[in-house]
Design a protein around this ligand. Structure first.
Ligand SMILES: Cc1cc2nc3c(=O)[nH]c(=O)nc-3n(C[C@H](O)[C@H](O)[C@H](O)COP(=O)(O)OP(=O)(O)OC[C@H]3O[C@@H](n4cnc5c(N)ncnc54)[C@H](O)[C@@H]3O)c2cc1C
Length: 459
């Protein structure tokens, strides 16, 4: 006999808990199911811990650069990895405790700890119990992908999740994957004191971004003596005593990299393979992501999919935005859609990359008349004052409408500054609004109007 609810949420990622609050406050008897840690990836093994570790790495980096600022350190500097991990654990615990107690004390909500699996289009089984509801929301997220790399089954490897238990300094960390997660770990561990090699199959790092951005990021990492091996056409791994050998090139160049530890950072895979989707008739794409419409409904009426699992975003803010879209449509008579949102994200190396809207490459592909502005960080007083002059700002404008099409800010504060552009894009205002704004001195943002006053026609 099924226990009846008005709504069931599977997974407590970045949309599930907020959704639970709204559903219950609308008077709906709701069940939420979590198989592991409340708060999901971001809180426990993703954004929160990595950004906390990045902060420790930044502290180590600035201490080593102290002499450039006239700060004299008598004696050696080293990083205590046990303390670094303890700090990270404390920050994660605070967030995890907050979500856990929020959910446990939420009126009208039943919390189930176990693996949820569809038994039919309106039923979910968890720990032997059968739950039934007319509305079911999937927020089961994604996990580290483990592709079929030759030899991988013979060696020990780390993923973003197991990296969270590391409380020692790997002597030589070899990272397979030159995208966001790999690069953040690369710089962090280099700054902690490891030797680090990044192996990337493609021709460049962060290949979805523009070439000039990839190139500048590569230079930033190389300046810190991070080794980068691109075009790794013969990828394979093998145990070499206590060490691990990664095969990289087979046509020329150094054929392999031998390190002490291996981190796999080659993408994310949706948590849909053991969700009983077939029992409910829910459609997935070739890669296992749940197919949703512009308002996040699946092909089965009464079932929605939110967050990484729907393949429409891979960030905390896209998952949270999914929650906002779903409740706006359900309760607020507000037909918000996924297609209304502007792509935006950050890469948390130091200095960070903030991105909004289209890349230069994407603008070129549309064939429209466009204008481009670019300014190197070396021209910006605030960056020079802080001796952090790596990177550049770039903005793309539609020549006819004068609307901003996209921007990249790679440089000090880039993850925050990008919002001054993003918000004008949301306001659907022309770029001249920022160009005429008076910004505060001395900041990086004060040079955005200057950059906008010196635009070139796209070549
Ligand atoms: C190392 C790393 C760093 C990141 N850094 C950032 C960042 O800086 N900024 C950013 O925006 N994004 C970042 N992300 C991405 C971000 O973590 C995710 O996009 C975000 O967590 C959204 O996930 P979600 O809501 O889809 O679900 P998730 O957070 O993945 O949570 C899904 C939950 O569902 C549970 N679950 C799965 N299957 C079942 C089941 N069958 N039954 C019950 N429960 C189930 C899981 O245990 C999990 O708790 C990072 C990711 C990683 C891995």
């Amino acid at each position: 006999m099924a226990e009846k609810f008005d709504a069931i949420i599977i997974g407590t990622g970045q949309s599930g808990p907020s959704l639970a609050r709204r559903l219950t406050s609308e008077g709906l008897k709701t069940a939420i199911i979590e198989r592991k840690l409340f708060g999901g990836t971001c809180v426990n093994v993703g954004c929160t811990p990595t950004k906390t570790l990045v902060a420790s790495a930044h502290a180590a980096y600035m201490v080593r650069r102290g002499h450039e600022f006239g700060v004299v350190i008598d004696g050696s500097v080293h990083v205590d990895m046990k303390k670094v991990k303890a700090r990270k654990d404390a920050v994660v615990k605070q967030s995890n405790d907050g979500i856990t107690s929020w959910l446990r004390n939420m009126p009208n909500l039943s919390v189930y700890e176990g693996h949820g699996r569809f038994a039919g289009p309106d039923t979910v089984r968890v720990n032997g119990a059968l739950l039934q509801a007319a509305r079911i929301f999937i927020n089961t997220g994604a996990r580290a992908d483990v592709p079929a790399i030759p030899g991988l089954d013979q060696v020990d490897y780390l993923t973003n999740a197991s990296m969270m238990d590391v409380d020692y300094l790997p002597e030589h960390l070899v990272i397979i994957g030159g995208s966001y997660i790999g690069l953040e770990f690369a710089q962090m561990y280099r700054r902690f004191g490891s030797r680090v090699t990044i192996i990337e199959k493609g021709e460049r790092l962060i290949h979805r971004d523009d070439e000039d951005v990839s190139e500048a990021v590569k230079e930033i990492l190389r300046d810190e003596a991070i080794e980068i091996r691109l075009k790794a056409e013969c990828l394979g791994v093998e145990k070499r005593g206590e060490r691990v050998a990664a095969h990289v090139q087979c046509k020329g160049g150094d054929p392999e990299v031998v390190g002490s530890h291996l981190l796999l950072a080659v993408g994310r895979r949706p948590n849909t393979d053991d969700l009983g989707l077939e029992s409910a008739g829910i459609e997935t794409d070739m890669r296992g992501f749940i197919v949703v419409d512009d308002q996040l409904q699946t092909n089965v009426p009464g079932i929605w999919a939110l967050g990484d699992v729907n393949g429409r975003g891979a960030f905390t803010h896209t998952s949270y935005n999914d929650y906002e879209i779903v409740v706006a449509n359900l309760f607020d008579n507000d037909p918000r859609r996924v297609s209304n949102r502007i792509p935006a994200y950050a890469l948390y190396i130091d200095p960070p990359l903030g991105r909004a809207g289209m890349t230069e490459q994407q603008v070129r592909e549309t064939g429209r008349k466009a204008l481009i502005g670019k300014m190197m960080m070396t021209r910006i007083g605030r960056a020079r004052e802080r001796s952090e002059t790596q990177g550049f700002m770039k903005v793309l404008i539609d020549a006819e409408t004068e609307k901003i099409l996209g921007a990249a800010i790679l440089g000090i504060g880039g993850d925050e500054i990008i919002h001054s552009i993003l918000d004008v894009m949301y306001a659907d205002a022309p770029y001249t609004v920022i160009q005429r704004a008076m910004h505060i001195h001395p900041t990086v943002t004060e040079l955005i109007p200057t950059m906008l006053g010196d635009l070139d026609v796209f070549e």
